[in-house]
Design a protein around this ligand. Structure first.
Ligand code: MLT
Length: 411
């Protein structure tokens, strides 16, 4: 038998959303007629906007004619999409990016999971707690996280930045020297945001301590608050220390279509063996051109349609729709006396479970008594214990019905 990567053996249980899906499947097998409503995984429900469908249809037609057929695309994305991103997602916010600083991909999960490959195994990684589990698990798979302790639900070599009710879910700066800091804002799972002022502290810290911030901005389209940046590059100096990840999954309903991008500025550097600066942009180019063959032409045409005037209007309607659901969840649960956070600039509402319950216990209760699926906060880290996450991505009718069932739950 061949030796395996033993780091995989250190991973606790299964991936969070796989475990949620397993429990829901088991419930449905025992209760085949139950009308289960999912406010669990952040998966969108609205169909793709018409303008995106039309763009993809005409791209499909192009692929059927010899004059317009395309084979392999450029490794890092077609010009039309890269330039639309530079213009709309950055220049419109005062940020100039060079063409080869943008890399089209199949979404933020792959990019945030893969980017750690560029770092040495000895790198010290800081993650907020709670956190999107991909950042932690992929570092653990690479042998960078140390060993997992079931009791404290933590890894020995990760630096945790607690996001608690007491600090408004704003993590403190690391107290020890770290090399990499993951941040996701608007935040998954808590649905909270960082103001420019709060984010600047992290950028300044990274500049002073020569570390890299991996900034997941997958939920940027949900930002309403003018004090909240939509890209980390709005903060002075961030181009020297930050890599940013984006996705069309939540912005434009691409969870099943798959497209996103990441920005790796030329000025973000790591250190080679002898301490000489090494460009992360050059390393990422090398990594992507070796391991990834790009996103298909049809999907990139669909993504580019998001930036047309009609595309902006239609995608904004979808974002507003989900934010209305988030507001409905917030207000309904508040009326029940529950404490809720997030949901104003993000599609997630973070709910404190009633006294005496834990996250998975409340998950089971919601499933069994209300037929409503949530995501247990403890699945995102020890500081998520005592909370659950609800998503705003279902239909309005199902969101209202889920809240009604929760309001009737015996307490
Ligand atoms: C979530 O529910 O946290 C996300 O949908 C997961 C993901 O984007 O991979």
């Amino acid at each position: 038998m061949i030796p395996v990567n033993n780091n995989y053996q250190k991973l606790p249980g299964s991936y969070l959303f796989a475990e949620v899906a397993r429990r829901v499947k088991a419930y449905k097998q025992q209760n085949p007629d139950a009308d289960v409503i999912s406010l669990g995984i952040g998966d969108v429900t609205r169909p793709l906007c018409l303008v995106i469908i039309e763009a993809m249809q005409s791209a499909v037609a192009e692929m059927g004619k010899s004059e317009t057929f395309r084979g392999y695309g450029p490794d890092f994305g077609y010009d039309f999409l890269v330039n639309a991103i530079r213009e709309n997602d950055y220049k419109a916010h005062g940020v100039e990016l060079e063409f080869d600083e943008v890399f089209i991909s199949d979404g933020a999960k792959s990019d945030t999971g893969n980017f750690q490959e560029l770092f040495g195994e000895e790198c010290r990684v800081a993650v907020p707690n709670p956190v999107y589990p991909v950042y932690v698990d992929t570092n653990a798979m690479a042998g960078r996280a140390g060993t997992y302790d079931e009791n404290s639900a933590s890894w020995s070599r990760l630096t945790y930045l607690p996001c608690l009710e007491e600090n408004g879910f704003v993590p403190e700066l690391p107290k020890e020297k770290v090399d990499v800091i993951y941040l996701c804002y608007p935040n998954n799972p808590t649905g909270t945001v960082l103001t420019r002022f709060q984010l600047k502290k992290f950028v300044d810290y990274a500049l002073e301590n020569e570390c890299v911030i991996l900034y997941d901005a997958a939920y940027r389209a949900f930002v309403n608050n003018p004090d909240v940046p939509v890209t980390i590059y709005e903060i002075e100096g961030a181009k020297k220390v930050a890599v940013e990840f984006n996705s069309y999954s939540k912005t434009a309903g691409f969870t099943g279509t798959r497209c996103g991008y990441c920005v790796v500025p030329h000025s973000v550097m790591g250190a080679g063996e002898d301490g000489t600066p090494v460009s992360l942009n050059a390393m990422w180019k090398r990594r992507q051109s070796t391991k990834f063959n790009g996103v298909n032409y049809v999907v990139q045409r669909g993504a580019a349609a998001v930036y047309s005037p009609e595309g902006k209007k239609q995608t904004q309607e979808a974002i507003d729709f989900y934010l209305k659901n988030a507001m409905y969840i917030r207000e309904s649960l508040k009326k029940l006396g529950l404490t809720v956070f997030g949901g104003t600039d993000a599609p997630y509402v973070w709910v404190k479970v009633p006294d005496g319950e834990n996250s998975w216990g409340f998950f089971d209760k919601l499933l069994n008594e209300c037929k409503v699926v949530c995501t247990p906060g403890s699945g995102f880290g020890s500081c998520g214990e005592g909370f659950i996450r609800l998503t705003a991505f279902n239909t309005y009718e199902k969101t209202v019905e889920a809240c009604r069932r929760i309001s009737e739950m015996p307490r």
